[in-house]
Design a protein. Sequence first.
Length: 341
Amino acid sequence: MQHWAEAQKSLNNADVNTDIELPLKIIQNARIPIILTENNVILSTKNIDSEIVRDKAKSAQLLAQLKDQNDPIAIEYVTGKYQYLYYGDSSLLNKLKYYPIALVLIIVLFGALVYNFYKSTKMATQNKLWAGMAKETAHQIGTPLSSLIGWLEIMKADNVDPTTVSEIEKDITRLQTITDRFSKIGSEPILEKRDIIQETFESYDYLKSRSSKQINFEFKAPNEKILVSLNPALHSWTIENLVKNSIDAMKGKGKLSITIEEDEKQVKIKVTDTGKGIPKKLFKSVFEPGFTTKKRGWGLGLSLTKRIVEEYHKGKIKVLQSELGKGTVMQVVFDKKSDEN
């Protein structure tokens, strides 16, 4: 702009013998928006839209903007008389302003991709480790379980009290179910079309008979079957985790109810307790791995439940409502299956 001002000054002071070729080239090659003024009157413009030049209000507004952008250059065309050159930033300079921001965004994006790749790789390794441990646990339980089944047959042969044998048989069946659950971790479970009311009631009934007598259990469901694609062993695990969490929240005393509702497309299972409740800000956190309010808890129960419901059964689970000191309602939602499917 200093060169442009000198070129303009040369043109102002030129006479017939002055070579004005170079000043003209400098002025013509400028790509910067320019307004030349004298006594606050616009004399000429350069690289400015003709529509703005014709409109006095827009020209004055643009001039005010240029005054804010850069200090003017004074051109003394005769002694004591000055013209003032106001100029803005070129289009190239305006673009360059955003390049550092774009570069930072690219670096941040690249860093995020690297971090996510590292995190996903680490999680995949951890998942393989947990799956391996779960399968090994199932394998280790299998040996004494087989022995217990043999002893159960001996007890039947010796005419041991049938009630005692029946209860032991239920516990052995439960151990077989637990073994089956652990063996399915890390692999895609087989989903079967089952009556969700019956599957839920069986888990509920087993837990009810082995829980504190100070807990008032309640089960509500429609009289007709509701068919859902599920894995019985994993669904049982879901109900067990929700019921046990409710029992822990009530400290073994209170009311626990399981309600099954349906509409045209979905079936909802609500587990309601009268426990200590959950703060609203923790509604999502309770499903995160490692989150627990128990002194000796691992924080895996609800995290595993969420994975069973949402990843394996394509359902949804959430804290439907909760109030501190009054209780909590957990809700699980599955898509229904028609009899024709």
